[in-house]
Design a protein around this ligand. Sequence first.
Ligand SMILES: Nc1ncnc2c1ncn2[C@@H]1O[C@H](COP(=O)(O)OP(=O)(O)OP(=O)(O)O)[C@@H](O)[C@H]1O
Ligand SMILES: [Mg+2]
Length: 243
Amino acid sequence: MLIVECKNLKKSFPILRGYMRDEAGRVMAVDDVSLNIERGHIVGLVGESGSGKTTLGKIILGVLKPDSGEIRLGTDKLQVIFQDPYNSLDPRMKIRDILSEGLILKRDTEEKRERVEEMLDLVKLPRFALKKYPHQFSGGERQRIAIARALLTRPEMIVCDEPVSSLDVTIQLQILKLLKDIKKRFNITYLFISHDLRVVRYMCDRVAVMKDGKIIEVGGAADIYSNPSHPYTKQLLASILRI
Ligand SMILES: Nc1ncnc2c1ncn2[C@@H]1O[C@H](COP(=O)(O)OP(=O)(O)OP(=O)(O)O)[C@@H](O)[C@H]1O
Ligand SMILES: [Mg+2]
């Protein structure tokens, strides 16, 4: 069953930095993208900086309206986890308040408290974390808090936009494991945006490769890695093998 169905999506922006990609003076951030996502899958979206990954993620989240094309969602329970856990958590708020905010519509404070604590356990942070402020945590811990916040509303799908790119490698692996465990437990669908093909290989069932606003290749993760068909994908793979 499909949870996301995108057809011929286009989104352009006025050019910011003075370089041109098309004659009208606009950047085609998303250029005729069609992509389906099966419920319960982890779909990777890879591509170099500026290829349009975040723009596509925002269209799926409903934050951006496409200029044209169609998008059909099988859920309205969507959440997002961003790359930068430093800017995504309000520095003036205690963790308890940051998390409770997600449950603002819930009246019952006891139920709220329980749900917040349950999420904290899930992301393996101690209870005393609730009394602290974001700056008192490491980057990895902050990302756990951001994950807990995303999970509070029991989403059916999460757009993870470079969720581990700001973390060092050992912490990356911990967070990726956590995201995988959570996915298994709640059968959440992820759109997993990353420029790091190793991260995507570890996480994803399927992979879509983006370049200049277009999806140039999509397929099973194993297939794409063992047998990339597009020269650009080959190039991307070659560049990780060199590292
Ligand atoms: N709000 C905006 N206003 C103007 N241009 C934008 C806006 N958002 C994105 N763009 C442009 O659209 C293109 C795609 O940007 P996008 O952020 O989707 O890329 P990305 O693949 O997520 O890159 P990165 O890996 O660096 O996060 C870029 O050329 C970018 O400059
Ligand atoms: Mg981005």
